[in-house]
Write a protein that binds this ligand. Structure first.
Ligand SMILES: [Fe+2]
Ligand SMILES: [Fe+2]
Length: 277
């Protein structure tokens, strides 16, 4: 059995927890505050402990300052560094205000977008802001693409993971494919020129999906709150389903590249031994 010789970085990805703290349940039956508390517990129980946690948007269900205050306190219960980016359910400026003192977000003086790099790990991390002004779909406008091109050009040999909310890919998941991501074609061309991009991880779809794109891999994580149905045809209606929530766990080493797992959340009973044969 071969042994690995290089160190592994472990990244946990949580996404689309749609926190509500106004006493209303999502869809009248989902307590997303209890679900986020369960997610924090789940992260802290992972062995070995992830090095870093990335939260890829739809942090709040309907943005208000109280929801972000509660969220900030809850995420402080995670025993490792956490980085957030906004999704279409979030308010960019509320997210900036709630997390600005942690030091990784740009200020409003630096520009409107909440994009940044994290340089502390074996893998370089780049968080992108894919919010579309006035809409729910994804967007990578010329300004944001220039910023990304500059960041990728400054360290061309450093393996890099991009994390963002919206998927830039077509999925056949119904109406979501219609004009789902403005600037996707230009972004694909840009990514293709930067071969150090190991993976691009997203949320938004509430289902795990992977696709080769732009010379890299786009991976969509399940929601840590609630899932959508498996739809393999655009004509199928969009719907939620009570499949277990989950998180993605991405491991990276120079030797292997990214190895990605899904860790489902819930009480599935204790593990039991495997029998031979
Ligand atoms: Fe979502
Ligand atoms: Fe979303």
């Amino acid at each position: 059995m071969a042994e690995y010789h290089s160190d592994f970085l472990i990244i946990a990805q949580i996404t689309d927890f749609h926190l509500r703290v106004d006493g209303k349940l999502f869809n009248d039956d989902k307590d997303t505050e209890a679900q986020l508390a369960a997610c924090v517990e789940h992260l802290n129980a992972l062995q070995p402990r992830p090095d870093v946690v990335l939260a890829t948007g739809d942090l709040a269900d309907e943005p208000d300052e109280t929801a972000y205050e509660v969220m900030r306190r809850m995420l402080e219960g995670i025993e490792m560094p956490v980085y957030v980016i906004p999704g279409n359910h979030d308010d960019r400026e509320m997210v900036r205000r709630a997390f600005l003192d942690l030091g990784y977000f740009p200020t409003t003086a630096d520009g409107p977008f909440l994009h940044y790099t994290v340089e502390d790990h074996l893998l370089r991390l780049i968080g992108l802001d894919t919010l579309e002004t006035g809409g729910d779909e994804g967007e990578m406008c010329a300004d944001r693409r220039h910023w990304l091109d500059d960041r990728l050009s400054e360290q061309p040999d450093r393996p890099t993971l991009i994390f963002m909310h919206h998927q830039p890919i077509m999925t056949r998941m119904g109406a979501i494919d219609k004009n789902a991501f403005a600037g996707a074609r230009e972004m694909e061309e840009l990514i293709r020129r930067h071969s150090q991009v190991e993976w691009i991880i997203c949320g938004h779809l509430h289902r795990p999906i992977q696709m080769r794109w732009g010379g890299t891999v786009v991976s969509v994580a399940p929601s840590s709150a609630f899932q959508r149905t498996l739809t393999l045809d655009n004509a199928m209606p969009k719907a939620f389903i009570d499949e277990p929530p989950g998180i993605s766990v991405h491991m990276w080493s120079a030797e292997t590249g990214i190895i990605s797992h899904i860790s489902l959340m819930g009480d599935f009973g204790p593990p039991y031994p495997m029998r031979d044969g």
